[in-house]
Design a protein around this ligand. Structure first.
Ligand code: PLP
Length: 829
């Protein structure tokens, strides 16, 4: 923020008052004089007026934090991510500023309800799922820990699509989240950056005879930054999320205009504006589209140039580049921004005139890479030919990086050409590709996975060759979630109950939840009663939402069994559906002794091109239709598909869940973070030995966790001789379930529509080996049902799950990144 440098000290801005009266005056001012509305207006305008009121009250801290972070000697981190799934802002800022009460009161006197106003805010859905939500939780924790961390991303005009369900099928609608304006963002055109595409490299010798490269004849695009405040929890620290918007250059119309094609040249503006138009809606799959590579370079180049611009202002005269890596560190969220490696080299070589070895030393001391998945379909590879057209100068640099790297490999393993070709940044073959993960590893000083198992598998499998070369680069940072949004904000009743017992400090230091453990004991009848009442109230709130969105009645006395996450074969929503069909069979067979009634909720978006995932959504809806309309089933079993699962719906769903479904094929879910949100909110988990489930199990104890299924090594050992029929032959329950599917019981009017699903389950090459875990899943679910019969036991387990969730705060995660990778000092505003 601000074009301030050290020699131009600014007056600190005065903080504005946050009394009920001040808030009410400011709100009225914005509503009437700024927005031109009267007191009888709709919630959207009231939301805008209140957001502007609060933004004013964030501004002084925002400027002070920003100035403090620009001081000489302050080391800073830049979190580079193509996704920030931030959701709504208003309630979050209110919580962090600690002024919900007076805001609510101020609104009431003007006949507005805070809740209605909050509902008017569109989710900022600038991400697909876990990876994007993680970035948002990280920013929250960094601001709370007063770490000088800035987020850099893209201001997509269309975020994650809105999912509608039509005749049981997913329909995608564009999410024009900026239509009513975004009161939280501040446009800063004065810090725009120019981004080059196309053209070619020109080499010439400079006066001293040195060969210098120049990237010429480019088609340029302008990146305009929009800043969003990231408030810390009650600490007056406000960090920044800077999102880039793409637009055409002014001059770029002129040539064509002179040639007489004014309309064509104006139309050509589109290709520049397109870069930040839309988020690619694929989770854990590579996109391979030209526009996506443009987005990646656009973010990398704009952000690096912006960091260099700010950092150079620390110097009176010539910047001392030997200090750069001392002052700056970039954390790359997956391989998406990995073109940074080559872009930082390009700027240092071509624009700052550094020698290769000096530039490379800076790059490899300031970049760090987080891997998010082992799935081969997610590993980014770009055709060399695409690089040649779009980023020719960066391709030159990548080739040079690679040839120097391969020389080092051949020195370490002389004559091992096999290894060289395995490790090369360039994949040879009929179509040559750039392997972005290899570029990230070669260019980074730190490479981390996101849960203990995942980080081990990286070293043993995918990145083994690199681990053997540079073991010291590899480390684990188990993910987390922010307890501000995911407990304090989304579960006010539980927050109040916990705070009444142990004070409020746990919100800043989640390990203090340990103090709740003794309260789980049976003699604490009052606390346990209150705990139950809180869950019951949260279930009622969720049931109301389910009724409204799914038109299905959930009885709050039943177990709320929830699986919400992106729809993907590896996450095995299918296994969940098979279990629901099995329960349905039990009811139909009268096998209902000691029945535990269940309301099963499944939600999530499928990538629009992922046909099997879309079939799974249809299947869930078809099974739900049959079950929910069978009078014999009644309240014993309900199934609902929750449409348009997003951050603000998770804020209602997690507190209302009894059972959290975390049932991925072992070895496939890198970490998961939904699992942590449920645990914090007192749900019990049924899960495989995968990702952070393992650490959840260790934290809460196996007696408080429902574990099932093959382990990662068992999955891999079975893969080559997996025969689904074997599992069917020996399992009458599975036979019954598959028979219902095969005979079209759930799709009598649409025959054959589930054939692809059935075939995938029956395929000996099914990578997710769903049927191999069916028996163990169904048996463990029976234990879940049995435990539900003992409500006292369930409450104990629920309390212990929340009380053991302290490790899964992103405050802990950020502390570890800082200790091991970033080495930042806290800076207060
Ligand atoms: C937490 C969260 C996710 C990640 O869920 P997983 O179960 O870890 O895949 C995805 N989407 C939203 C909206 C979330 O809040």
């Amino acid at each position: 923020m601000g074009n301030d440098s050290n020699h131009k000290r600014r007056e600190p801005l005065a903080r504005l008052e946050t009394t009920e009266e001040a808030l009410s005056d400011s709100f009225k001012h914005y509503l009437t004089y700024n927005l031109g509305r009267s007191s009888g207006t709709t919630p959207v305008y009231a939301y805008n007026a209140m957001s502007l009121t609060l933004r004013d009250r964030i501004m002084a801290d925002w400027r002070n934090t920003s100035l403090a972070q620009k001081q000489v000697g302050v080391r800073r981190t830049y979190y580079l991510s193509l996704e920030f799934l931030i959701g709504r802002a208003l309630g979050n800022h209110l919580l962090n500023m600690g002024i919900s009460k007076q805001t609510d009161a101020a609104l009431q006197t003007m006949c507005f309800e805070l809740e209605d106003i909050q509902e008017a805010e569109a989710d900022a859905g600038l991400g697909n799922g876990g990876l994007g939500r993680l970035a948002a939780c990280f920013l929250d924790s960094c601001a709370t820990l007063e770490l000088p961390v800035t987020g850099y991303g893209i201001r997509y005009q269309y975020g994650m699509f809105r999912q509608e369900i039509i005749n049981g099928f997913q329909d995608e609608e564009p999410d024009h989240w900026l239509r009513d304006g975004n009161p939280w963002e501040i446009e800063r055109p004065e810090y725009s950056q120019r981004i080059k595409f196309g053209g070619y490299t020109e080499y010439r010798h400079d006066d001293s005879g040195k060969l210098v490269a120049k990237w010429v004849d480019t088609r340029d695009v302008i990146a305009i930054p929009y800043d969003m405040p990231v408030t810390g929890y009650r600490n007056n620290t406000v960090n920044t999320l800077r999102l880039w918007h793409s637009t055409a250059t002014d001059e770029f119309n002129l040539d064509e205009f002179n040639a007489g094609s004014y309309s064509d040249s104006v139309a050509a503006k589109n290709s520049a504006e397109n870069i930040s138009m839309v988020l690619y809606p694929n989770d854990a799959t590579e996109n391979g589209k030209e526009l996506r590579l443009k987005q990646q370079y656009f973010l990398a180049s704009a952000s690096i140039q912006d960091v260099i611009r700010q950092w150079e202002k620390r110097f009176d005269g010539e910047p001392d580049y030997s200090q750069f890596a001392h002052d700056n560190v970039f954390q790359m969220n997956d391989t998406h921004p990995t073109i940074c490696v080559a872009e930082l080299m390009r700027i240092l070589l071509d624009e700052k005139g550094l020698e290769w070895k000096d530039a490379w030393s800076i790059v490899t001391k300031s970049l760090a890479y987080t891997n998010h998945t082992l799935l081969p379909e997610a590993l980014e590879k770009w055709p060399v030919s695409l690089f040649e057209c779009l980023l020719p100068r960066l391709l030159d640099i990548i080739y040079e990086i690679n040839s120097r790297f391969l020389r080092a490999v051949s020195q370490r393993w002389p004559g091992n050409t096999e290894r060289q070709s395995r490790m090369s940044i360039i994949e040879e073959g009929p179509v040559k590709h750039v392997r972005m993960a290899h570029l990230a590893i070669v260019g980074s000083f730190s490479i981390n996975g996101v849960a203990a198992l995942h980080s081990e598998l990286l070293k043993k499998g995918l990145f083994r060759d690199f681990y053997e070369l540079w073991p010291e680069k590899f480390n684990n940072k188990t993910n987390g979630v922010t307890p501000r949004r995911w407990v304090a904000q989304s579960n006010p009743l539980m927050t109040e109950l916990i705070s009444s017992q142990i004070g409020e400090d746990w919100i800043r230091d989640l390990s203090q939840l340990e103090q709740v453990k003794p309260l789980a004991q049976l003699e604490n009848t009052e606390f346990r009663q209150n705990w139950k009442a809180v869950k019951q109230a949260n279930k009622a709130r969720l049931a109301e939402l389910v009724k409204e969105r799914c038109d299905v009645e959930f009885n709050t006395d039943a177990m709320f069994d929830v699986q919400v996450k992106r729809i993907h074969e590896y996450k095995r929503q299918l296994l969940n559906v098979l279990h629901v069909i099995h329960l349905y069979n039990q009811v139909k067979n009268g096998d209902i002794k000691d029945w535990s009634p269940r309301c099963v909720l499944i939600g999530g978006k499928a990538a629009p091109g992922y046909l099997l995932a879309k079939d799974i959504i249809k299947l869930i809806n078809c099974v739900a239709e049959v079950i929910n309309n069978d009078s014999e089933v009644g309240d014993k079993l309900k199934l609902a598909f929750f449409p348009n699962y997003n951050v603000s719906s998770m804020e209602i769903i997690a507190p209302g869940a009894d059972l959290s479904e975390q049932i991925s094929t072992a070895g496939k879910e890198a970490s998961g973070t939904g699992n942590m949100k449920f645990m914090m909110n007192g749900a019990l988990t049924i899960g495989t030995y995968d990702g952070a489930n393992i650490e959840i199990l260790e934290a809460v104890g196996e007696e408080n966790f429902f574990l099932f299924g093959l382990r990662e090594n068992e999955v891999e050992a079975m893969r080559s001789h997996y025969r689904p029929e074997e599992f069917i032959e020996h399992d009458q329950d599975l036979q019954a379930v598959l028979n219902l599917l095969r005979c079209g019981h759930f799709n009598s009017n649409e025959p054959g529509i589930f054939n692809n699903i059935i075939n995938s389950l029956m395929n000996p090459h099914d990578p997710w080996m769903t049927l191999a875990d069916f028996r163990s899943y169904v048996d463990e679910q029976a234990k879940v049902s049995e435990t539900w019969q003992d409500q006292e036991k369930w409450v104990t387990m629920s309390i212990l799950n929340s009380a053991s969730s302290g490790f899964f705060s992103t405050d802990r995660t950020m502390h570890e990144y800082n200790q091991d990778i970033w080495h930042l000092e806290p800076v207060s505003g």
